[in-house]
Ligand binder design. Structure first.
Ligand code: NAD
Length: 353
């Protein structure tokens, strides 16, 4: 099977290399296809997100991506297509998601005994809508530099497809409840449309419990009683923020996996950024990207390999002998990765896969 590999920058190349070594240790015969992006793409094509890379992703349909840095206050990119048309996106990451029509971003947070403290029993998934909301790059200055405004775009079609995705996800993954996080009291038309759609869609899935909560109350309950949550579906920016919070709840951004899912393409990536403060130091925790690869294996119908990798990762984390600095250990990225690979080899012989 061919899988696209976007190395990204910052800690991206280190954690993609670690993830690749772990998946290769399974011996499934994945052929990794390099997809140039960010610095590598600039050197080859003069742009961070070239259409050549997007076309390759469309052909491959499945990929794993390392994080990419986005310059503060200047991250907008003008994506120029070969046919001469173009589109302004709020970031390079956003350009990839939008060009591939990825709209759902599931981000699981599962506690780990010995690492997640009082949150070791947390087991929830934030499903972030990623095709609209405040990241639609509909932003402009008003009256010179005296004010700026951004438009939050919520469509009925966009809200319907993410809400259906959340309920289908719940059914397929044995989950019991979907919570919609919104701010429909203050932003009544956009968040109101999202909430109204959620309530209507929920009626089609009577086997799944549904509820809605203000996003501020959701943040509060996530900190005080996270075990009350199962699946949380929410708009783009709220999901961006809440999913980092959930990674923190279980121990570190370095544990936060995710995927950008569309009807034709899926690009799996960690929920964190390029961590420039630790880049190139062999300190990054690659668990986030390894667990993103686990999600990829489930997506392509290889659940037995997904379970093998996930169980191996969790065992190494629970044993606590070779864990990285962000979760209280002193192992380097390589030492931790080697421990996971050893565990995979051990378990492979035990279960004879
Ligand atoms: P960040 O997520 O990169 O880092 C926040 C903190 O978490 C830092 O202390 C970092 O060292 C730590 N951290 C993150 N991942 C870690 C890991 N795997 N192991 C150990 N520690 C880890 O957030 P930031 O510093 O605000 O952003 C850095 C850059 O990444 C920015 O340019 C931002 O725009 C970009 N970014 C990219 C993506 C993406 O590619 N999808 C997502 C978010 C941010």
């Amino acid at each position: 099977m061919r899988v696209g590999l976007l190395k990204g920058n910052g800690i991206g190349p280190e954690i993609t290399a670690a993830m690749q070594r772990v998946i290769d240790a399974c011996g499934i015969g994945i052929e990794w296809v390099n997809v140039p992006i960010a610095d590598e793409a600039v050197a080859m094509y003069g742009t961070e997100v070239p259409e050549e890379s997007i076309d390759l992703l469309r052909e491959l349909k499945v990929a794993i991506k390392g994080p990419i840095s986005v310059e503060k206050m200047a991250g907008r990119i003008n994506y120029i297509r070969k046919d001469g048309t173009s589109h302004i996106y709020c970031s390079n990451n956003n350009a990839i998601r939008q060009e591939l029509d990825c709209y759902a971003c599931p981000r699981p947070a599962r506690g780990i005994p010995g690492i997640s403290g009082k949150n070791e029993n947390v087991d929830l998934v934030v499903i972030r809508e990623i095709s609209e909301g405040i990241y639609a790059a509909l932003e402009h200055r008003i009256d010179g530099d005296r004010a700026s405004e951004a438009i939050k775009l919520i469509t009925k079609t966009g809200a319907e497809r993410i809400c259906h995705y959340a309920f289908r996800y719940a059914i397929q993954n044995g989950r019991k409840k979907v919570t919609c996080a919104h701010k429909a009291n203050a932003i009544s038309l956009t968040d109101g449309l999202f909430l109204e759609t959620f309530r209507r869609v929920a009626k089609e899935y009577p086997q799944i419990e549904s509820e809605d909560l203000m996003v501020d109350a959701t943040a509060y309950y996530l900190v005080t009683n996270p075990e009350r949550f199962d699946v949380i579906v929410t708009m783009n920016q709220y999901g961006d923020i809440l999913s980092d919070l959930c990674a923190g709840l279980v121990g570190s951004l370095g544990l936060g996996a995710g995927g950008n899912i569309g009807d034709n393409c899926a690009v799996f990536e960690a929920c964190h950024g390029s961590a420039p403060d630790i880049a190139g130091k062999n300190l990054a925790n690659p668990t986030s990207l390894i667990l993103s690869a686990v999600m990829m294996l489930r997506h392509v119908g290889m659940p037995q390999w997904a379970d093998l990798v996930e169980d191996s990762v969790r065992e190494v984390l629970i044993e606590g002998k070779h864990i990285t600095r962000d979760i209280g250990g002193s192992a380097s990225t390589d030492e931790y990765t080697n421990a996971v690979i050893e565990k995979i080899k051990e378990k492979k012989t035990q279960i004879n896969v």
